[in-house]
Design a protein. Structure first.
Length: 400
């Protein structure tokens, strides 16, 4: 028996192999299918997907054989990877100097005929083989050879796909951890700001009440600006706190929700005036979803439609349609509208139009970012259609 040499780039080859994290993994249907097809096409009782580790040959898939690994020096595939661009064919191992004394020729699985197509990574490293084996002398037609080589390429495609998926999972875990830490930081920082800020607001109110008579008009104006700035900062902190809680809200249990009842109750809370009207243009369904998430979405959209509205008769129209997969809600107002240049980034954090609402307050730019995140948590999407001075229509979907 001739012991195969090591490839010149053995260390780099082993590094490339281990990057796939395939060694010692459980059987997988995709690989089992390939060995089954290879065996059928080549008319052999055995087909294997093998990988050459430092001191062993490990079998990922083994059609017609019970072994899981062999010493590397006894592996036919260790010879095959020495010429990664060629198919190694051994018609009769008993008459081949390299293999006639190999123990696997004389014991199970009795490797007499062998054909191995190297599994070559995109970077050019031979990782192992897709091979077919027979217990008697045999040969392959040109078509069978082409098919075996093509199937070997598909094994590498599977390896690459698994690597990409593993990397995506790793990146997602890192991203989730980073988001979790960021949300915790936002909550702690906002909470630590909130307490002294509330004390400042309360103290400024007391000072103004007790000493307003000592201030001239300019002093009162500056004091009013100070109070307004403090209140705006307090609102911003409140919304950052709410945004930092989103992961907890999203993960709450789902329940059946009568959206028409929910919308009417919310509208009564936020309408501010009997002049504002709500029109439900179609029956709103009972859906199975997250009540907290759905409440915040409707509350934000209706509240914006009321606040940013200079009409004498502010109006909110809501309707719902559905398809096989989604409920499709529409919240429409007759407010000031949103300029086209701002419509693409309106859902970003801290994105505002810089305008005061009908109550003289400016937004923080967090509300619509929150809405987008919540809608996406319900496996839906949100979009905007708006014309300046003609109102806005927010359409969002909720997966059934």
């Amino acid at each position: 028996m001739i012991i195969p040499e090591l490839p010149e780039n053995e260390q780099e080859r082993l590094k490339a192999l281990r990057a796939y994290q395939i060694l010692d993994t459980e059987p997988e249907l995709e690989f089992e299918d390939i060995t089954e097809i290879a065996s059928q096409i080549c008319g052999t009782p055995i087909s294997l997907i093998t990988f050459l580790d430092k001191d062993r040959q490990w079998l990922k898939s083994r059609k017609g054989a019970d072994i899981t690994e062999t010493p590397r020096e006894e592996a036919f595939c260790a010879h095959a990877i020495l010429k990664p661009n060629e198919l190694l064919i051994v018609h009769d191992a008993k008459n081949d100097e390299r293999f006639k004394e190999n123990p696997w020729v004389h014991k199970e699985p009795n490797v007499i005929f062998y054909a191995g197509a190297p599994l070559v990574s995109p970077t050019g490293f031979p990782l192992g083989t897709l091979c077919v084996i027979d217990h008697k002398p045999n040969s392959l037609s040109d078509e069978q050879k082409k098919a075996l080589i093509a199937l070997a390429r598909q094994v590498v495609v599977l390896l690459e796909l698994k690597k990409v998926i593993a990397k995506q999972k790793e990146d997602q875990l890192k991203l989730n951890k980073a988001n979790e830490e960021l949300n915790k930081f936002a909550y702690i920082a906002s909470h630590d700001i909130k307490n002294p800020l509330q004390s400042m607001i309360a103290l400024s109110d007391i000072i103004f009440e007790d000493h307003a008579h000592q201030l001239d008009d300019e002093g009162k104006r500056l004091f009013s600006l100070l109070q307004q700035s403090a209140n705006n900062l307090s609102l911003l902190v409140d919304e950052i706190l709410e945004y930092s809680k989103l992961p907890d809200i999203i993960n709450l249990n789902k329940e059946y929700i009568d959206t028409e009842v929910l919308v009417k109750q919310l509208f009564d809370l936020i309408k501010k005036s009997d002049v504002v009207k709500l029109k439900i243009k179609s029956p709103l369904p009972v859906i199975y979803s997250n009540r907290m998430a759905l409440t915040q979405v409707f509350q934000n959209l209706m509240s914006n439609g009321i606040k940013y509205n200079d009409s004498k008769n502010p109006e909110i129209k809501i309707k719902c349609t559905e398809d096989k997969e989604f409920y499709l809600f529409e919240v429409k107002d007759n407010g000031i509208g949103i300029p086209k240049k701002h419509q693409t980034n309106i859902f970003g954090m801290f994105q505002t139009l810089g305008k005061k609402d009908r109550f003289g307050k400016k937004g923080t730019g967090i509300g619509l970012a929150t809405v987008k995140k919540l809608v996406e948590s319900m496996a839906g999407k949100i979009q905007l259609k708006s014309k300046l001075n003609e109102g806005s229509t927010f359409s969002f979907s909720v997966k059934k």
